[in-house]
Design a protein around this ligand. Structure first.
Ligand code: PGA
Length: 255
């Protein structure tokens, strides 16, 4: 295994936070703090913040992502946003299958798969989230749950396309709870995800995929998590909303 072949990616997931003016202020604060980062830095922001976020970060090393997209090109899907709309405003990444969407908005592996394929077809890079519930971990079925999600979410995605896909391992019990998976737990599941990819595709493809950990990652625990062989970055919720809390995580990934 050679982690150095993969670029570390630190992505903020702002969720339903920050109005456009607040988004501009946060990004302006962040730009000088992360300008020398030796990792990819992404801010995934609410739809209405995308235009201002892209304008504010033009010419900087911060890339902008959306938090979801629909699979159809257009049509009668009130409240949804298409990949073409995201592309036109300059979005590069899109978070898909986040556990909050699965939990509160009826997202299924089937719809995550459709969204993933549509995003890739449009030239967007998906950040596909997988993760087990606490109950599932307690029942010792974490690997079954993760393997099922990986297989279904990436069904019919080519090896070439999966290399453009980021997988975020986010144990649901660790999201926004302050409970972080230990670095060993994170490594165990991230390594399992890579082994699953190697079975579905091949070893070379599996080695090329960036696998992030997400769930209460912060300045205090990021060093240990990011040092793990199969943890190539982080998807950061709470700590991405304050520049001074996000910056140390970017710095840790740049080491
Ligand atoms: P958290 O969120 O860092 O606030 O736990 C992570 C996420 O949901 O992506």
């Amino acid at each position: 295994m050679d982690k150095s072949k993969r670029k570390a990616i630190i992505a903020g997931n702002w969720k339903m936070n920050k109005t456009p003016s607040e988004a501009k202020a946060l990004l302006e604060e962040l730009i000088p703090l992360v300008k020398d980062a030796d990792c990819e830095v992404i801010a995934c922001v609410p739809y209405v913040d995308l235009a201002v976020a892209i304008e504010t970060t033009k010419g900087t090393n911060i890339k902008i992502g959306a938090e979801n997209c629909h699979w159809a090109e257009s049509g009668a899907f009130t409240g949804e946003v298409s990949t073409g709309m995201l592309k036109e405003v300059g979005v590069e990444y899109v978070v898909l299958g986040h556990s909050e969407r699965r939990q509160y908005f009826g997202e299924t592996d089937e719809t995550v798969n459709k969204r993933t394929k549509a995003a890739l077809a449009a030239g967007l890079k998906p950040i596909v989230c997988v993760g087990e519930l606490l109950w599932e971990r307690e029942c010792d079925i974490t690997e079954e749950v993760i393997a099922r999600q990986i297989k279904l979410d990436l069904f019919d995605v080519s090896a070439e396309d999966v290399k453009k896909t980021v997988i975020a391992y986010e144990p649901v019990w660790a999201i926004g709870t302050g409970k972080t998976a230990t670095s060993d737990q994170a490594e165990e599941v991230c390594a399992f995800i890579r082994a699953t990819l190697a079975k579905l595709y091949d070893e070379e493809t599996a080695q090329a995929v960036t696998i992030q950990y997400g769930g209460s990652m912060n300045a205090d625990n990021c060093d240990e998590l990011l040092a793990k062989t199969n943890v190539d970055g982080g998807l950061i919720g709470g700590a991405s909303l304050v520049a001074a809390k996000f910056q140390p995580i970017v710095a840790a990934a740049s080491k």
